[in-house]
Design a protein around this ligand. Sequence first.
Ligand code: 13P
Length: 252
Amino acid sequence: MRTPFVAGNWKMNKTIAETRELVFKLSMKLRDIHGVEKVLCPPFMSLMAASALLEGAGIGLGAQNMHWEEKGAFTGEVSPVMVKELCKYVILGHSERRAYFNETDDIVNRKLISAQTFDLTPIVCVGETLEQYESKLTREVVSRQTSQSLRDVSPAFAQRIVVAYEPVWAIGTGKASNGLEANAVVKDVIRPALAKLFGDETAQAIRVLYGGSVTSANASEFFGQPDIDGALVGGASLKIDEFVAITQAAVI
Ligand code: 13P
């Protein structure tokens, strides 16, 4: 039995003051929803403010990225030890990091190994671009991203990993995938790749989310799929009623 999981990726949105307001309002409503693991991922600058407000609310806090090294001369970067001071979770390998900041599977993998070392729960993103989708390369690309980004960690740690399948063409476009198509990628591509890395039992225990234009209107279509265990929500996670409704829809 996999516990449903819903995370809000705020991306580069909200100042500290705005974060306080949104986290306060969200936590008032989200704290009463049980049976789903809830996570908010505001920008680094806002994590401290969010952390103070979320104390005891049963809502997790995540960073959107981190460096793999513990410390050192890496100007502008944030280390896993620093993330760990405030967060339990960290998003790794989001397609925007892959596309705009040249993150490769190898870099994502280094960060994943670092998450294992520093005891963070990673949300690892995979997903094909529109061009790859149209060229029918989805399976090949997602399989490769999964096996290369998630290699070389222990099966015990692997159980904690959350994978997010986010087709790039569905992100921020209002053009979500559909339940059946997304479920097929998770079932036929992601779980088999996980099984090859960690064995069948662990592959079945790992939560796999869908992400890409999730709204309160389409969330149930994804959550109703047997291999989809929740959502990584972008735009709709900034709207209180939307994110609360999506979280509620994830409760089995
Ligand atoms: P949207 O929900 O805005 O499409 O973003 C999805 C996403 O990238 C979450 O990480």
